[in-house]
Design a protein around this ligand. Structure first.
Ligand code: PHE
Length: 486
């Protein structure tokens, strides 16, 4: 009987002592238990293996309702009216309503009629006074004794609020022949060990102990373990995709000059995006000194196109504007500086980094976000190569449907917008193009440069199925714990 639990052993032991039906109270006292759930579950266990038979029954009990409690104290309505009738000199319906509450006189007359009281010329008269007495006495007795078997029960069932019937389920147990034949020696209670502790192992107790088997079918809480934030995990994945595609990573500062962030990229000095409402200009440092030779080059290019075929933007180039310090508005500021330092060495570079723009925060905008930037410079680099590279990247990220559309950036020609199909819709994820001569010429770059800059948070929204970008940056632990491992 190794598979009986201790309570089952104890209960079977008790039942072996006496035939017949055992009630819950009997089991509890014989087993010295006070928790009836223990008895019920032990009984079930024993019945499952055929050692005990369970009988389910029910008992019906009457309880006083709200009106019943009042009636028990002050007398039933018909009893009170009947007492009044008997003592009144003039028991008229009119007088009745003067002496009783309005709702009482109405139903009271009904009750008395049922007992054989009639109204004759407005006066309440009983045909047989003794009989009314007797019936009222019976009813009063019922309210006091609440006998379930009384023939008056149906009558009181119909009256509102006087009595309530309570049905309670009862269980009784009887030992089976099989149960009786279990030898007492097998009913010895053993210690069933659920947890192995150091103390247990240090003594010899474990030698005779019985171990509770594991129930692998039970529901268990999933342990939460440490892991990367989904944004970090995504950055990691993008990084490995670019590395796999033969790119090298570039890391640079986000405090930059307007010269590199904009002028180097042939963004006109009066371009609206440079305005205070779009760019975070810095107080400290307020400006960043730039190489005068470089400034001269940019001045030439901006004012009349320098040595290129371009006519430039015209107007007056302002060196003070170039030297203003700002928080980079795009990571193109870093790839262009890499090229300036390495103008003739073919390269494939990428960077995944933070950029800043004065955006008001909403479902799809943040003032700080990340861009996935990249360049390919080599002889013969062209638009087809650019598009293929971007398509390959998104395909590796799990988005095989990519298309490009013509776009405009001051620093590329041709310029494209990259779109990815997601849930049947085309979503714009970034810009790309081939750097214009106005950008490459002053820096001494000879080979064509494919360049792109894409939104990381936008991509994260796709990957994680979000419709609010802010979810990525709030400390929602429950959400974080439930994110897929990327
Ligand atoms: N810098 C652009 C942006 O911020 C993207 C871009 C990068 C476009 C490189 C063309 C070439 O959106």
């Amino acid at each position: 009987m190794a598979d009986l639990t201790n309570p089952e052993r104890r209960m079977l032991g008790a039942l072996q002592g006496q035939d017949g039906e055992w009630s819950l109270e009997q089991v509890l006292s014989a087993c010295d238990w006070d928790d009836q759930a223990v008895a019920v579950s032990a009984g079930h266990g024993l019945s499952n293996v055929g050692l005990v038979k369970i009988k389910e029954g029910s008992t019906i009990l009457i309880q006083l309702g709200k009106e019943g409690v009042k009636a028990k104290e002050n007398g039933l309505l018909e009893a009170r009216i009947w007492t009044w009738i008997k003592s009144s000199d003039n028991p008229t319906v009119q007088e009745l309503s003067n002496n009783f509450e309005r709702h009482e006189s109405g139903s009271g007359i009904g009750l008395l009629k049922g007992l054989g009281v009639r109204i004759e010329g407005g006066i309440l008269v009983a045909e047989n006074s003794d009989d009314v007495d007797l019936q009222i006495e019976e009813r009063t007795k019922f309210i006091k004794e609440l006998n379930v078997d009384s023939i008056l029960k149906p009558h009181f069932d119909k009256r509102k609020g006087l009595i309530e019937t309570v049905v309670t389920k009862t269980l009784t147990w009887r030992i089976t022949l099989k149960g009786k034949s279990v030898p007492t020696s097998q009913l010895k209670e053993t210690v069933r060990i659920a947890e192995i502790t150091t103390e247990l192992l240090q003594t010899d107790d474990w030698k005779d102990a019985e171990f509770r088997p594991y129930d692998v079918g039970l529901e268990a809480a999933l342990p939460t373990s440490g892991r990367s934030h989904p944004m970090q995990a995504l950055i990691e994945r993008i990084r490995s995709v670019f590395l796999e595609m033969g790119f090298s990573e570039l890391v640079d500062d986000y405090v930059q000059s307007a010269g590199w962030n904009m002028d180097a990229l042939f963004i006109p000095q009066d371009h609206p995006a440079r305005e205070m409402q779009d760019t975070f200009y810095l107080e400290n440092p307020k400006s960043i000194k730039l190489d005068p030779a470089l400034l001269k080059q940019w001045k030439n290019i901006h004012e009349h196109g320098g040595n290129t075929e371009s006519t430039g933007w015209g107007g007056q180039y302002d060196v003070a504007i170039s030297e203003k310090a700002l928080l980079r508005t795009h990571t193109t500021v870093n790839t262009i500086q890499y090229l300036a330092k390495n103008p003739t060495k073919a390269c494939r570079m990428f960077t995944i980094d933070r950029v800043f723009r004065k955006e008001s925060i909403d479902r799809t905008h943040l003032p700080e976000f990340h861009q996935i930037e990249g360049i390919i410079m080599e002889p013969g680099a062209n638009l087809g190569m650019l598009v293929t590279t971007l398509k390959t990247f998104y395909a590796k990220m799990g988005y095989p449907d990519v298309r490009v559309r013509p776009a405009y950036f001051p620093y590329t020609e041709p310029s494209l917008e990259i779109e990815v199909k997601w849930r049947g819709k085309w979503l714009e994820l970034g810009g790309a193009g081939i750097f214009r001569p106005e950008v490459t010429e002053p820096l001494g770059i000879k080979d064509p440069v494919c360049a792109w800059g894409m939104g990381l948070e936008r991509l994260a929204m796709l990957v994680l199925g979000l419709d609010d970008i802010r979810q990525l940056y709030i400390s929602d632990l429950e959400w974080l714990a439930n994110q897929p491992i990327l």
